[in-house]
Design a protein around this ligand. Sequence first.
Ligand code: GLN
Length: 532
Amino acid sequence: MQTKFIFVTGGVMSGLGKGVTTSSIAKLLQLSNQKVSCIKIDPYLNYDAGTMNPVAHGEVFVTDDGGECDMDIGNYERFLNQDISKDHNITTAQVYSSVIEAERKGEYLGACVQIIPHITDEIKNRIKKVAEDEKLDFLIVECGGTVGDIESLPFLEALRQMRVEEGPQGVIFVHVTLAPSLDVVGEQKTKPTQHSIQELRRIGIQADFLAVRCTKQLEEKTKKKIAMFTNVTPNDVLSCHDAKSIFEVPQMLHDQGIMDSIFTKFGIVGMANLSSNWDKWNKIAENMVNHEEQKVKIAMVGKYVTLADSYVSVNHALKHAGAEIGKSVEIGLIDSESITDYNQLSDYDGILVPGGFGTRGSEGIIQTANYAREKNIPYLGICFGFQLAAVAFGRNVLKLEDSNSTEINPDTQNPIVDLLPEQKDVSNMGGSLRLGANDVQIKEGTNAQKIYNSNVISKRHRHRYEINKQYIPEFEKNGLVFSADSDDGKRMEMLEIPSHKFYLGVQFHPEFNSRPGYPENAFMSFVKAASQ
Ligand code: GLN
């Protein structure tokens, strides 16, 4: 079978959960034994998400192959329990760069290079390449932004062309919109959806499905009204009402008959509708919501706390681990820049410091890492939280008072965290960190080895600075062990304090490998320790 494409567009406004709709449809197809994957198109001009502020745009999700991607890629990985490569995140800059490079090489043979066909061809080629390389049955492509945005026009045009080229049995469109209800009247309003569908039609796209976000289930009469104005049958107007968890959305769509309708539209007959894996998934999904009575309280101390999405994979990883032991993890976000009263941390069962960059808020992190050590509170430090735990130990146990990372104080006398020589001349910000999956060697007899039950693990990275090896003997003499390294001992990867209840720092980002039903080991042991 040739790959079938499902294109997901957005209307009315951002933040309606296009990513969840996309992931849920992909999940349902996967549960029907289809080989599926997802692509996220980001029409912004950044080459990738790597240079974007997490507080404005959400976390930068790192893939195995070192992509710095939009956080929706993380949603796809978690829903599908499958690794996704960086070519699944297409941006305007990537498309234009390729076209401009080809033009400079003279590859267009004198043609006037234009948005149509050159840019749109490049977009289509990128989508088709993923489908072919991975021999997919279905590829779901989510186009970021909202219909009507100038930036997304070339992408929507490319998707429109693909529908013509592949035919109606090769491509279907799902449009995600909103039916708000005004409190006073309580009636579900359809006008925003009508307008957004008109906008979509104006550029030549007819939606096959509407996924309508609403607080309460979409009423039949509202479905009918929307259907009438949008050329979509009432059956294919899908209610996406508020749910307790995003993991309930596949079931919600399935109950409305989306699978039969998708297969019918693609002209696929006799397709088994959901395999036996459905039960397994449902158990995982149920497990992710049902533990409100038993709580583990985790303080997350970082500087990007104004937007919960800036640590979205960490939040998920904590919840995956909690679900595994039948507890719900309550996360307290604490701003490392403004924290003064460290005793508030004693209200929590565990303290987590996620990744971060730069000077602002770093003193609060150093003190937090020290507080957790002194008070014997379970601590998990990720990347920056690993590096600054070492700095805190340098200051407070080794008594090297100006210990620091040269990222924070380039002139410190005790650069416990520093650049490796090869990073010293790097001037570009984008794509110049150490990125993606690398092997980590774990030392025999350490807590790390127990946690991972292995001597070598592959984990994703995103950092520039490293533990300065010069200080290791002093650390180890004083009770802090570097329990894993990489690149033949060039870089330190994990630290632990064996005498502590649970004190673990990791240079890598374990959160990117955690999936519902398959929690990541470091998170699992941290949450377990916190719950005891
Ligand atoms: N800022 C640190 C570095 O560049 C840590 C990075 C991170 O936490 N992702 O090494």
